[in-house]
Design a protein around this ligand. Structure first.
Ligand SMILES: [Zn+2]
Length: 260
């Protein structure tokens, strides 16, 4: 069975940034996992919560509902400080993700790029940095060796993708988005993506904004970091003589190239 790991920053990222991909591949038999680094306790939208701890609990529950709606098999929210990932211990966070990669053994990892996606949120950018390093370190016996002495084995995921887009949001920080190297056709899954986002009732005020962008840009666009150059199916088995990697036929979907 193919496995996909998505690493995010805040509850609702899994729906707003990756929901179409998660719904599509979960339905297609790929075992999808989501790790969210913070519980989103610093959100401007408080959902009536009485304090940060109450909002954490609320958002963890919303995240679980959203993941279940998307068909995600495994999911969890870590407890790093929302809005402060730039000050988190790089080795510690990366080591935790290395452990998760060694346990989950994903073939494909998806996350944010260093620019922080269309919002330019620093937490998103740092999540991409931690995950990028963990993608590399998980395969090296010299990295986090204490995990190996506890029974885990090294694991080299095959591909690392950063989510990207062909639009920017006015009045947000300037971002240099990764170029598109692969497209995942998610139009049949837009309803589930919207429904998953609606699980985040504490962030209801954001829903109208998200819907307008989802409607305008229905294709989930991801950039493949690994194996630069050729366009391939995002989740095709590949390399080391196991399976194959199909060329992107560059077929047109409403004016867009796609793979799969
Ligand atoms: Zn976020």
């Amino acid at each position: 069975m193919l496995r996909l790991l998505c690493v995010t920053s805040h509850p609702d990222d899994e729906a707003g940034a990756f929901g179409g991909v998660l719904a599509r591949y979960s339905e297609g038999g790929v075992e999808c996992s989501v790790i969210c680094l913070t519980a989103g306790e610093r959100a401007a939208n408080r959902g009536g919560a009485d304090g940060d701890d109450a909002l954490k609990s609320m958002r963890r529950a919303e995240f679980a509902d959203s993941c279940r709606h998307l068909g995600v098999a495994r999911y969890g929210v870590l407890n790093y400080a929302d809005g402060a990932l730039v000050r988190a211990d790089f080795g510690e966070v990366t080591g935790k993700l290395v452990e998760d990669i060694r346990k989950l053994r994903p073939h494909v990892v998806v996350t944010f790029g260093a620019e922080g996606f269309v919002t330019g949120h620093p937490d998103h950018g740092m999540t991409g940095m931690f995950t990028s390093m963990a993608f590399q370190w998980a395969a090296r016996a010299t990295c986090c060796p204490e995990q190996l002495s506890c029974g885990l084995e090294t694991w080299q995921a095959k591909k690392l993708y950063y989510v990207t887009a062909e639009f920017t949001i006015p009045d947000r920080p300037m971002v240099s988005l990764p170029p598109v190297t692969a497209r995942v056709h998610v139009e049949p899954y837009i309803r589930r993506k919207i429904e998953a986002f609606a699980c985040h009732t504490s962030q209801r005020i954001l829903r109208g904004l998200r819907l307008s962008y989802i409607a305008a840009h229905p294709a989930a666009v991801v950039r493949r970091r690994a194996e630069e150059g050729r366009r391939r199916r995002a989740l095709s088995p590949c390399r080391h003589g196991r399976g194959h990697a199909d060329e992107d036929g560059e077929r047109s979907v409403r004016g867009s190239k796609r793979i799969s």
